[in-house]
Design a binder for this molecule. Sequence first.
Ligand SMILES: Nc1ncnc2c1ncn2[C@@H]1O[C@H](COP(=O)(O)OP(=O)(O)OP(=O)(O)O)[C@@H](O)[C@H]1O
Ligand SMILES: [Mg+2]
Length: 399
Amino acid sequence: MNNIEILIVDDDPRGRKLLASYLKPKGYDVLMASSGEEALEIAAESTPAVMLLDVMMPGMSGLQVCRAIKENPATRLTQIMMVTALGGEDDRVEGLDTGADDYIAKPVPKAEFLAKVRALVRARTLMGELDQARQELEKRNRELELKKTLAQTLVHDLKSPLTTVVGNLDLLDRKVGFHGEVSLRRARDGADRMSRMIMDLLDVECLEDGGLEPVLKESDLKALVLEAVDSHQTRSDQQGVHLNVDLCDETCGVEADAALMRRVLDNLISNALAYSSDGMEISVEVSRCPEGVKFSVADQGPGVPAEQSQNIFEKYSRLDLSGAATRKNRGLGLTFCQLAVEAHGGTIWVEDGPAGGALFQVLLPELAVGEESAIEETNFVLFPARVATAEDQVVTQVV
Ligand SMILES: Nc1ncnc2c1ncn2[C@@H]1O[C@H](COP(=O)(O)OP(=O)(O)OP(=O)(O)O)[C@@H](O)[C@H]1O
Ligand SMILES: [Mg+2]
């Protein structure tokens, strides 16, 4: 009970004395004010747990004091009990409306009064804890936001030196050829993987915050698939995996962000390769269907268990952490794919492939006529144009 301060506010010394005589034997620290003005001064200095407030006082009334205490963030947690005249129902109602926490009528019944004080002290303690937790949460949130921004900036800034590395490796390739230099090819593969991870990380954050809108243009999905497959040809040859492409006869143009869709394809093919081994086949198909355009990537690897078919699209989810392929990965690729496909109004899902393994399917809808014209007027930028830096110049100087 020690150090619980209770402030009695009453212009009548007899009223103050009576309440003090009830409280002091219970161990409360009693403070006293003979006017509303004095009460506000004391409350600002010592923030008592409970204030017992007489309604009728010359100068500031109890109701005015109550409002001032509850409006001030520094004192608003102080619990207020209005001490009203017997039958003063209007005062009680107005007091509660003004923010008072309880009331008691004069002549004050001792036992009930002390019980109400105890309840208010408990409420003050709980509210203090709640307020502290809220402040702590706000502080943590600010720190997290800061960390997130720092991490995003760092990841974003990695793009520029990586572009330099890739550019220089390409120049070296033209000079000496990757096939003759295994270490060069490995360096290029590593740089490609890093660049995909960086882009996935940045885009997942951006898509989640709603800050990345696809730049929709009429895109030929068949051409995109051919490009994506072609870029994985060297890796699939090295693994002894056969990459099949099956394009339907119809045109497969769709309003899509070609850069985003290309990366969806890259992620799906890259995953299929990660779970395929020598002699297996990967089939990439594109077809037109009544709802729009569909493309799929099927492999003959271990597949995805049905109960995990939703989880794998969650951020940082990886099913088997034992394989070498997954040790390098971060479980962001499919999250990116899902966000990018959904930003097109499409859907992505996984099921069992016809020859075992996983079959990832993407359905991109046809756009309504109204939406198409709206897209024409929109000029979203996928990534802010990067200003060339001194580092970029190295690309032209290295060899
Ligand atoms: N074709 C597949 N066959 C079997 N499991 C797969 C396949 N594709 C994805 N998975 C499972 O889903 C998980 C998530 O895939 P996702 O592409 O999001 O992340 P990742 O490949 O582990 O890392 P990264 O962020 O580099 O892409 C994988 O770790 C794997 O467990
Ligand atoms: Mg992946």
